[in-house]
Design a protein around this ligand. Structure first.
Ligand code: HEC
Length: 395
């Protein structure tokens, strides 16, 4: 078994794990934010209880109580939530390394954006991954960060700068994943470096017979709220590789920010609903942003295609053989590609016609060939598009 084939399996299994862990983590996070927002005043008179909720799920009744700081006595058994977050990061980072770092020349570098050796791209990616967390964490801990409004403005500014830099350093696709990975890292680091250590200190204080310091609860809650706003944007960034119309554009960093904004608005709406409000302006604004993007990014009629003679299939076949079929073949010859990517084979005229519609999007947005590794020329690109626009004729 060769390495590229094993890498395909590693990709599948780690991605599977990443989804499972991510669902467990974000599901729990949504649940607890929702619970917190929907607590009723306690009825049984325990002065330490801040709020409670009754619910029914899976055929059973549940009664949950939240303590203002902590119960009088530490319960014997305490359930912690951390491995969901940790495994999401471990699997996500592994995937990022396996795909984006191991194939940096395909996925991370685009010479049309910035021509740099793959090792430099990986180094920059790693520095930004760590740097993003360090800057964010310092901001939150600083005097400046004590004012929630100022902190929010600073965080938005940080996201804008990050998106701008990433999109001017990496390939569009790589940039979106880089920003997603950085944001995801911040979210997990919030759990690992702030929320869990704070909870440990609270438990330790109780074990020592002291009242826990409420500041740890406040800090944890602050980071947990930040995570809420980041969740939807991160999920978009993680699925964005499938949608080249979002990242292949010259203004891709603005598109990234616009979608992130729409995601944050939707999340804000859900939180408001949980608090009993119904600010319809939030989903309306999110919809306006998305519809605006759809309109702004609509494929324009390609002026380069006007007056171009539709090439015969034999010529299309020859171009695909030279520029695409090194990877898109039953037995790819391109180093590091084990099987036809996404099952797309472009070896015979029949196969090329079958995939014509998906080819158009990939060629038009210059998503394919990745990083133009096989040096498809502008003339060839136009020819392929003219052939597809003419309805991919068989002659
Ligand atoms: C260096 C290898 C390589 C070359 C050359 C290449 N591709 Fe791809 N192609 C890939 C990879 C890898 C993917 C899967 C991308 C992903 O993971 O989303 C892909 C995916 C695709 C897809 C499916 C996209 C989707 O998400 O459904 C199409 C269509 C496609 N390529 C067309 C082409 C065409 C047309 C050419 C030639 C002009 C070409 N490719 C050249 C590696 C290559």
């Amino acid at each position: 078994m060769d390495l590229a084939y094993l890498a395909e399996w590693a990709n599948l299994l780690i991605r599977w794990l990443h989804l499972i862990a991510g669902i467990a983590w974000i599901g729990t996070s949504f649940y607890f934010i929702g619970l917190d927002n929907q607590l009723d005043p306690p009825r049984d008179g325990n002065p330490r209880v801040k709020g409670e909720q009754w619910s029914i799920h899976g055929g059973g009744f549940y009664h949950k109580q939240k303590y203002a700081v902590a119960p009088a006595v530490l319960p014997e058994k305490l359930h912690w939530f951390k491995w969901e977050a940790y495994w999401t990061w471990i699997s996500g980072f592994s995937l990022f390394v396996l795909i984006y770092w191991a194939n940096a020349s395909t996925y991370l570098v685009d010479p049309a954006v910035l021509d740099m050796p793959p090792w430099l791209a990986v180094l920059l990616s790693a520095v930004m991954l760590v740097g993003g967390w360090v800057v964010y964490d310092l901001l939150c801990r600083s005097k400046f960060g004590e004012d929630e409004t100022k902190l929010s403005v600073a965080m938005v500014a940080l996201l804008v700068v990050t998106a701008f830099v990433a999109c001017h350093v990496f390939s569009g696709r790589g940039a979106f994943l880089q920003v997603g990975a950085m944001t995801g890292t911040i979210m997990v680091a919030n759990v690992a470096m702030v929320i869990i250590p704070g909870q440990r200190k609270m438990v330790a204080a109780m074990q020592a017979g002291r009242e826990p310091d409420p500041k740890y609860g406040r800090w944890g809650k602050q980071r947990s709220v930040h995570n809420t706003y980041l969740t939807l944007p991160v999920l978009f960034l993680m699925i964005s590789p499938h949608y080249p119309m979002t990242w292949s554009h010259d203004w891709n960093w603005v598109i990234l920010l616009a979608v992130a904004l729409a995601g944050a608005l939707v999340r804000q709406y859900f939180v408001s609903r949980q608090l009993g409000r119904n600010p319809l302006v939030l989903p309306a604004a999110a919809t306006a942003v998305v519809v605006g993007l759809m309109f702004a990014l609509r494929p324009a009629p390609n002026p380069a295609l006007a007056g171009i003679e539709v090439p015969p299939i034999a010529e299309v076949h020859a171009i695909a053989a030279a520029r695409c079929a090194t990877c898109h073949a039953a037995r790819p010859t391109f180093e590091g590609i084990a099987a036809a990517p996404k099952g797309v084979m472009l070896e015979t005229p029949q196969q090329i016609r079958r995939w014509a519609a998906s080819m158009r999007q990939q060629i038009e947005t210059e998503a394919m060939p990745p990083g133009n590794l096989t040096e498809l020329t502008t003339e060839e690109r136009t020819k392929l598009l003219a052939w597809i626009a003419a309805g991919a004729p068989a002659q």
